[in-house]
Ligand binder design. Structure first.
Ligand code: TYD
Length: 201
């Protein structure tokens, strides 16, 4: 049986990375083989592209194309084979991030992203997406303390407002797939919310 494809999304500073070990442990406790990966990245080529994407300035469409180039490789080498053998794939970001950052944040036309999505993914879509949501002020305050902020983490509050709105719009447009986690609560409360969602997957 094909495995499930789970993605984690949210603005920088929303705290999603904190929850990955716990999500893996929960799924493994159900006897599921979990392949944990990330975007941009997930393959040797993808990680090379990540280093460029996170640190070099470029045209927003170049950024979009490189995200999808990394994604094509990621699907081929990691995601599709894992799902085919019945493992579940947990990816720290996927195409919703391109809609949020490159379309919402940078203004790349949605039609262009839709075309690339169809080209690169065919009918592959996440089965479930956990969106870690916090008010923009909270995310920006957390990023001020980041030690070596990357290109995206140095963006303005107005950029993050666009990212958050774009993510929430994606959640509204795909209500069955998205689970919005209010990350502006105590860590214990967020963990219990995540556990509830993951156990129901
Ligand atoms: P992130 O996942 O936040 O990693 P870390 O926790 O190590 O900082 O960093 C990835 C960055 O890439 C993030 O700022 C969002 C950005 N990104 C896009 O702009 N578009 C995409 O399609 C993807 C996958 C990521």
């Amino acid at each position: 049986m094909r495995g499930k494809f789970i993605t984690l999304e949210g603005m920088d500073g929303a705290g999603k990375s904190t929850h990955i070990p716990n999500i893996i442990a929960l799924l493994e406790s159900r006897g599921i083989e979990v392949v944990s990966t990330r975007e941009p990245g997930g393959t040797a080529l993808g990680e090379s592209l990540r280093a460029i994407l996170l640190h070099e300035e470029m045209h927003p469409e170049t950024e979009t194309l490189l995200m999808f180039a990394a994604r094509r490789e990621h699907i081929e080498k990691v995601i599709a084979p894992a799902l085919a053998r019945g493992a579940w794939v947990l990816s720290d970001r996927f195409t919703d991030a391109t809609y949020a950052y490159q379309c919402g944040g940078r203004g790349v036309q949605a039609e262009k992203i839709i075309a690339l999505e169809q080209w690169v993914q065919g009918d592959l879509q996440p089965d479930a997406t956990l969106l870690f949501d916090v008010p923009v002020e909270v995310s920006v305050a957390r990023l001020i303390n980041a030690r070596a902020p990357d290109k995206f983490e140095r963006e303005s509050e107005s950029f993050f407002t666009k990212i958050r709105n774009a993510y929430l719009q994606r959640a509204t447009d795909h209500p069955k797939r998205f689970h919005v986690i209010n990350s502006n609560q105590s860590l214990e409360a967020v963990i219990s919310n995540v556990n509830e969602v993951v156990m129901a997957l």
